[in-house]
Design a binder for this molecule. Structure first.
Ligand code: SAH
Length: 342
């Protein structure tokens, strides 16, 4: 795959432009157009020399193709992008009280294969490049306007593509890039070995969410099979280090699945397990996937589960699901579109 300029950190653009035969400040100007002003067409960068703009035309900034944009009744939007190798990847934009939140993917497919998630159903195809991670944010901004938050909760596992995803986030957070606040970025991970430590140590602060989903190792290995070499205790130890390094609390994510992990006994087990952790618990409603035989528990069961955690002094949210009518659950749009002539 040919390298895109978006695989370079914006701090390295000045040197890149020197290598192209121009000046360092041309690189700074170009980075400002792209990261701060949201202009992805070289021709529109009117303060760059005409000859340079023409030279750059052979390397378009957005070298992915917008295949489809879909809209849900609740205001969520989704883009499906075709990559240079014809792989498909999706990204979502959701409205909120403070502004829009975008949700971006890290891989084509996923190797973790959580039992209730569509992303891993066809296995892992490949990691996304830094440029492909950034382009999801850029396409969403181009189609739907500015966003206020970023959640890395789309298809794939960041823990298996740390360099490219953290590289992309660095470009967005850095002053030479978009100068976007890391506090408004949440990365979600099942926490394979070393992932939390890498997120804690990458030099910029982002919010951490850990997909736990179970209160025993046995059940977690069943629901999150892709990382069997990892106990919950090891994971929580690494999370404690994250708190010590960053001074920030993390979020525990727990998809409630009827009859699987939603009993009061399991709520109590979870409370006991997290007793010494500096975390908030986010209970996620299961988003139904046709091929799977899981169900979201009724309202009373969810409330009781949440209440038990609150009784144990945890801060808890019971998240509303978005984009239900437009296949917002991870990977569903992609799965439905693969094989179609789009
Ligand atoms: N690999 C990362 C990020 C991708 S999924 C991770 O697992 O954290 C982002 C969140 O959505 C995870 O907590 C995941 O468990 C959850 N999720 C996946 N499929 C879901 C579904 N069908 N319904 C509700 N949540 C789901």
């Amino acid at each position: 795959m040919t390298q895109s300029i978006l695989d370079l950190h914006p701090r390295d653009w000045p040197q890149h432009f020197v290598d192209l035969g121009y000046k360092k400040f041309h690189g700074r100007i170009a980075a400002r157009w792209v990261f701060q002003r949201g202009i992805y067409d070289w021709q529109q960068m009117t303060d760059l020399p005409t000859a340079l703009r023409e030279q750059l035309l052979s390397t378009p900034l957005l070298d992915t193709e917008l295949v489809k944009a879909s809209h849900a009744e609740d205001g969520a939007h989704k883009v499906l992008l075709k990559l240079a190798d014809d792989s498909l990847v999706e990204a979502v934009c959701m409205p909120g009280s403070k502004g829009q939140t975008i949700c971006i993917s890290t891989q084509v497919g996923c190797g973790i294969q959580c039992g209730f998630c569509a992303s891993g159903m066809d296995g892992l195809k490949r990691n996304l490049t830094q440029s492909e991670v950034l382009q999801q944010a850029f396409w969403l901004r181009r189609e739907f306007g500015d966003f206020h938050r970023i959640v890395v909760m789309g298809m794939g596992e960041i823990g298996h593509n740390l360099d490219n995803v953290l590289g992309a986030l660095d470009c967005l957070i850095d002053e030479a890039g978009a100068n976007f606040s890391g506090r408004r970025i949440t990365v979600s991970t099942v926490a394979p070995k070393g992932a939390i430590a890498a997120i804690a140590n990458f030099g910029k602060t982002v919010q951490l969410a850990i997909s736990l989903h179970a209160s025993t190792d046995e059940l977690r290995q069943e629901l999150v099979p892709g990382i069997h070499d990892r106990t919950i205790e090891q994971l929580l130890d690494e999370a404690e280090d994250y708190f010590n390094i960053t001074g920030r609390e993390f979020t525990i994510e727990y998809v409630l699945l009827s009859g699987v992990n939603d009993s009061l006994e399991q709520a109590q087990q979870l409370a006991d397990l997290l007793r010494n952790s500096r975390c908030h618990v986010n209970l996620i409603p299961y988003n139904h996937i046709d091929e799977l035989d899981f169900h979201y528990p009724d309202g009373k069961t969810c409330e009781a589960f949440a209440q038990r955690l609150k009784d144990n002094s945890f801060s808890v949210t019971l998240r509303q699901s978005m984009g239900k009518d437009q296949d917002a659950a991870c990977g569903q749009l992609r799965r439905r579109t693969i094989g179609l002539d789009v």
